[in-house]
Write a protein that binds this ligand. Structure first.
Ligand SMILES: [Fe+2]
Length: 283
């Protein structure tokens, strides 16, 4: 048994090492209900304050290496227009993006976040909350557990994720704004539901839910089927998050286009593994 995990996760409150403990069984049930209903579950104060400070410091130490992407982008994370589609098609709606990542391959070997991501206990706990097994850590070397940085005025427009499941760990909150908004299960495998997606992009709020995350909270999220965004950051403080990701396919990585647009570079693995998605959804 390693002792480092207990300096990161509040294991007294959330004894995730024992999935059969009554507290964890109850928590798993609650998370699964929320995930099935709303595509999203939140566990308050999951990360200890001292560990958050370490994560904050390791990100700030490398803040100069964060890749900021400022290209306008559509909800499917493409910035290239397709004139063959109807003019009002959601793929032809491009939105302003100002959002950055500290890529996972830049993390120190001893990184607090990297260590947490690599723990089997965390993977098994998340898998139980989702009610899906097996799930895998993401094979993408840039994106698998990247730190997300949104500076003042930063914005992350409506989009779907490439990976099925993400955790969001709030590290530092902005003074105002930076609210996570989402439209649960607006698409599903084999059904893009473009009509409803377009309504949201046009400003319809009927499906939109908001989630308020506090530093230390853990969010489990199914972002491939749920359209989501982060509203503009207001005030002087940046918003820091870590986004460890899990997938159903241990082989797949980001497409070369996504990797270039969002993480600022393409590695050989992105080219070697660039195949059509089995769920038939735009990516
Ligand atoms: Fe996302």
């Amino acid at each position: 048994m390693n002792d480092r995990l207990k300096t990161i996760v509040d294991l007294e409150k959330y004894p995730i090492r024992d999935l059969n403990s009554p507290e964890i069984k109850e928590l798993i049930k609650k998370c699964k209900n929320e995930l099935d209903q709303f595509s999203c579950a939140t566990i308050p104060n999951f990360i200890l304050h001292k560990s958050l400070k370490i994560m904050n410091a390791e990100l700030e130490k490398q803040i100069g290496e964060v890749y900021m992407s400022k290209k306008s982008i559509n909800a499917y994370l493409y910035s290239k227009d397709d004139p063959a589609l109807a003019k009002d098609h959601p793929k032809r709606i491009f939105m302003k993006r100002d959002n950055g990542y500290l890529n996972s391959d830049l993390f120190d070997n001893n990184s607090e976040m990297k260590f947490l991501y690599e723990q089997e206990e965390l993977l098994k706990f998340v898998s139980a909350c989702l009610g899906i097994s097996p799930i895998y850590r993401w094979a993408d070397p840039l994106a698998c557990h990247a730190y997300n940085v949104m500076k003042p005025e930063g914005i992350l427009p409506w989009h779907f994720d490439s990976c099925e499941f993400t955790l969001s760990l709030m590290i530092q909150k902005p003074e105002k704004g930076g609210i996570f908004e989402y439209c649960p299960f607006i698409r599903e495998p084999g059904n893009e539901n473009f009509e409803e997606v377009k309504k949201v992009l046009d400003g319809d709020r009927a499906r939109v839910r908001q989630l308020k995350l506090e530093p230390g909270d853990l969010q489990i999220f199914k972002g491939r089927f749920t359209l989501h965004r982060v509203t503009k950051i207001e005030g002087n403080a940046s918003r820091y998050l870590c986004i460890p990701a899990y997938v159903l396919d241990p082989w797949r990585v980001n497409t070369p286009e996504h990797s270039e647009a969002i993480y600022g570079k393409v590695l050989p693995i992105h080219i070697e593994r660039n195949k059509v998605r089995s769920d038939g959804l735009a990516d």
